[in-house]
Design a protein around this ligand. Structure first.
Ligand SMILES: Nc1ncnc2c1ncn2[C@@H]1O[C@H](COP(=O)(O)OP(=O)(O)OP(=O)(O)O)[C@@H](O)[C@H]1O
Ligand SMILES: [Mg+2]
Length: 289
C-alpha cells in the first residue's frame, strides 16, 4: 500500500479487498536522523534476503541528492527518477533489474538534492507507484538522512517506518529527533527501530531500551524493535567490490542478522496476506487509519 494522503487517492489496500486474493505491496521506509548509519547497505541486503524468501521486491532509492543503491548493486542505469520528474519517462521505464532478482527505481546524484521535490513531482511518483502495486510484494524505500521534506514525505507514505540508529550517542539522539518529528508533526504512529553496527545483540537491545523509554515518556508512543545488525569489518571491502555481503558471505554474523530482520518483515507480510484472504476488512481499515 502506498499511502497518498496528499493527492487524496483511496487507500489501495482497502480498494484491493473486493478482489479477494490479491494483496497490494507493503511499503517499508528505512530512515535515520544521523547520516552514515548504514541505511543503504541494510536496504540492499534486506531486499536480497526478502527476495530469497520468495518476495518480489522493489527498492526506491529515495536519496534524491546522493543516490547510491545502484552502486551497491553494481547497476549502471541509463535513466533514473529525474527522468520521471522531468516527464521524459514513466516510473515503470526506469526499473533496473539487479543480478540478485531485486528491482530498483534508481535515483540520481547532485541534481534534486537541494531544492527538494515539487508537490507535482511527489504526486506523479505516488500515482505511478500505485500502478506497480500488484507487481511487487514489498517496496523498500532508502531515504536520505535527516528530517528534510522529501525524507518526511517518503516516510509518511510507508506502512512501516524503520528508523536506523547505531550505538553512538549522536545517532541515538538523532533517531529520537526523527521519531519526534514523524510522530508529533506528521502523526505517524507505527515506528520501528533497527540498531546497526552493534558489538553484540545485547548492545542492540540496550540501545532499543534507551530510545523506547524516552519515546514512551515524552511521546507516549510504543516503538517496535526490528533487531540489531552486528558491525562487520568486511562490509567496506564488499562495498568496494560491489557484492552485497549477504551474497558473498551468507553465513557471516552480519548476514544472519540481516536474515533475521528480513524474516520478521516476511512474517508480517504473510500475516497480512492471511488476513486479507480471510477478508478481515475491518481489521485492515483499522490498521490503515
Ligand atoms: N553493520 C555494519 N558494519 C560495518 N560497517 C557498516 C555497517 N553498516 C554500515 N557500515 C558502513 O557505514 C558506512 C555508511 O553506510 P551507508 O552508506 O549504508 O549508510 P547510510 O545511512 O545509507 O548513509 P547516508 O546517510 O549517507 O545515506 C559505509 O562505509 C558502510 O560500509
Ligand atoms: Mg544512504
Amino acid at each position: 500500500m502506498f499511502k497518498n494522503y496528499q493527492v487524496g487517492v483511496v487507500n489501495s489496500r482497502i480498494r484491493a479487498l473486493p478482489k479477494g486474493h490479491r494483496t497490494s505491496f507493503r511499503v517499508i521506509s528505512v530512515t535515520s536522523g544521523k547520516g552514515g548509519v548504514g541505511k543503504s547497505n541494510l536496504v540492499v541486503n534486506i531486499a536480497i534476503a526478502l527476495r530469497r524468501m520468495g518476495e518480489r521486491v522493489l527498492i526506491l532509492d529515495g536519496d534524491f541528492g546522493l543516490a547510491n543503491i545502484d552502486i551497491l548493486l553494481n547497476l549502471t542505469p541509463k535513466v533514473n527518477i529525474n527522468d520521471v520528474i522531468e516527464g521524459r519517462a514513466q516510473l515503470r521505464d526506469i526499473i533496473s533489474h539487479s543480478h540478485y532478482g531485486v528491482h530498483v527505481l534508481p535515483s540520481c546524484s547532485g541534481i534534486l538534492g537541494i531544492k527538494g521535490l515539487s508537490q507535482e513531482a511527489k504526486s506523479r511518483i505516488t500515482e505511478e507507484l500505485e500502478g506497480l502495486d500488484f507487481e511487487y510484494d514489498t517496496l523498500i524505500i532508502d531515504t536520505a538522512a535527516g528530517i528534510g521534506s522529501d525524507v518526511i514525505w517518503l516516510n509518511s507514505t510507508a506502512d512501516d517506518v524503520v528508523v536506523v540508529a547505531t550505538p553512538e550517542p549522536t545517532s541515538i539522539t538523532d533517531a529520537y529527533a526523527m521519531m519526534k518529528v514523524l510522530n508529533q508533526q506528521y502523526k505517524i504512529k507505527k515506528i520501528k527501530l533497527l540498531v546497526n553496527q552493534v558489538k553484540n545483540q545485547e548492545e542492540g537491545l540496550k540501545v532499543y531500551s534507551r530510545i523506547a523509554e524516552v519515546v514512551d515518556r515524552f511521546l507516549h508512543l510504543g516503538i517496535d524493535y526490528v533487531g540489531s545488525v552486528n558491525f562487520d569489518g568486511n562490509l567496506t571491502e564488499a562495498v568496494r567490490q560491489r557484492h552485497p555481503v549477504i551474497t558473498g558471505e551468507p553465513d557471516s554474523l552480519f548476514s544472519r542478522n540481516i536474515k533475521d530482520v528480513a524474516s520478521s518483515f516476511h512474517r508480517d507480510r504473510e500475516d497480512l496476506v492471511a488476513m486479507e484472504a480471510k477478508g478481515c476488512f475491518w481489521q485492515l481499515v483499522a490498521d490503515a487509519v
